[in-house]
Design a protein around this ligand. Structure first.
Ligand code: DGI
Ligand code: FE
Ligand code: FE
Length: 194
């Protein structure tokens, strides 16, 4: 990774995102880097993934859908019903490649699955998923202190806890659950009890 690339991407994000979303983005990037240090992942990849993970978050729902349609990106039923919550991850991954020149498949997958997770996530995918949830600016999620401590010790246990809390939250708010969120939870819960 060239330093210039990261600087360009950071500037582009500052322009593209709302001030709040940009602050969140910086926090996710550095939280991901810290987790990468502890868990033996490449810190440059973690920062790039963090920096770009929400690059599509400030686009309108219509724009998210039109980018998918123009580029033959599949939209599931639950994604069409919740474009902002769910589609920004897939579209973000597409733009990370197409607009911001990222070719590393692991970084692109980390961005693609940062909202729902998926079974058999790579270490980088887990780190981004967790960093997004625990970054210092997050205030409202349940059990944050415990999850933040756990994140620096055991990625899989942390994933299970976050997925469990996310499912509970979605059930309590009547949010439509993406089958991938449930699949991720079931997969990690299952391997933890083996
Ligand atoms: O983009 P962020 O706000 O930083 O965080 P995110 O990409 O993890 O999640 C965006 C929202 O998506 C968050 O409020 C939780 C929600 N979410 C996660 N899994 C699902 C979901 N929403 C729905 N409807 N279904 C899911 O399965
Ligand atoms: Fe996101
Ligand atoms: Fe985020």
């Amino acid at each position: 990774m060239k330093t210039a690339d990261l600087q360009k991407i950071r500037k582009a994000m500052e322009k593209e995102l709302s001030p709040k979303r940009y602050e969140h983005t910086l926090s996710v990037a550095y939280t991901a880097a810290s987790l990468a240090m502890v868990h033996g992942e490449n810190t440059g990849s973690a920062i790039l993934a963090g920096m770009l993970h929400d690059c599509a978050k400030c686009l309108s729902e219509n724009k998210l859908i039109s980018i998918c349609e123009k580029n033959n990106l599949h939209i599931s039923e639950v994604e069409r019903e919740n474009p902002m919550a769910l589609l920004h991850a897939g579209v973000g991954s597409f733009l990370a490649h197409d607009k911001y020149g990222i070719n590393d498949k692991d970084i692109l997958n980390a961005i693609k699955y940062h909202t729902t997770g998926r079974p058999e996530m790579s270490r980088l995918e887990k780190i981004l998923y967790i960093a997004d949830y625990i970054e210092p600016g997050r205030k409202h999620a349940a059990n944050l202190d415990q999850i933040r401590r756990m994140a620096f010790q055991d990625l899989d246990m942390t994933l299970i806890k976050i997925l469990d809390d996310t499912l509970a939250y979605l059930l309590s708010t009547d949010g439509k659950i993406d089958p991938m969120t449930r699949e991720s939870y079931n997969y990690y819960k299952n391997i933890s009890t083996k």
